[in-house]
Design a protein. Structure first.
Length: 118
């Protein structure tokens, strides 16, 4: 099995343990993952800035990359989560427009709403 690439984009900043926690959870589930940080400095709760950043970065990553994006004014709420595949890359994030630009730029994509929160 190839080493999966997981690219992270958040508005969490890097002064506390949030980003480290995400990285730890991913490595527990997939110890071989290669974790890359796009940025964790998206302005807090700025979904538009996050969407532009994700859309700008995604095409430069190899096919098969999994993008985990979290910029959400309603984090911790009941907001739905989305998973999508676009041009051979995978995206997971809140259903708040964060993934929209990356998907709109794709030649072809499919998205589903995630219902199991575990």
């Amino acid at each position: 099995m190839k080493t999966p690439v997981v690219a992270l984009l958040t508005d969490f900043g890097t002064r506390d343990w949030y980003v480290g926690s995400i990285r730890g959870v991913i490595l527990v589930r997939c110890p071989r993952a290669q974790l890359l940080d796009i940025t964790h400095e998206v302005p807090p709760q700025d979904v538009v800035a996050g969407a532009f950043t994700l859309a700008g970065a995604a095409p430069w990553f190899p096919r098969g990359t999994v993008f985990v994006a979290v910029v959400d004014p309603g984090v911790g709420s009941d907001r739905s989560l989305l998973a999508a595949r676009a041009d051979g890359r995978y995206f997971v994030g809140p259903d708040n427009g964060l993934l929209a630009l990356a998907l709109a730029n794709a030649k072809r994509y499919a998205a589903v709403r995630l219902t199991n929160r575990r």
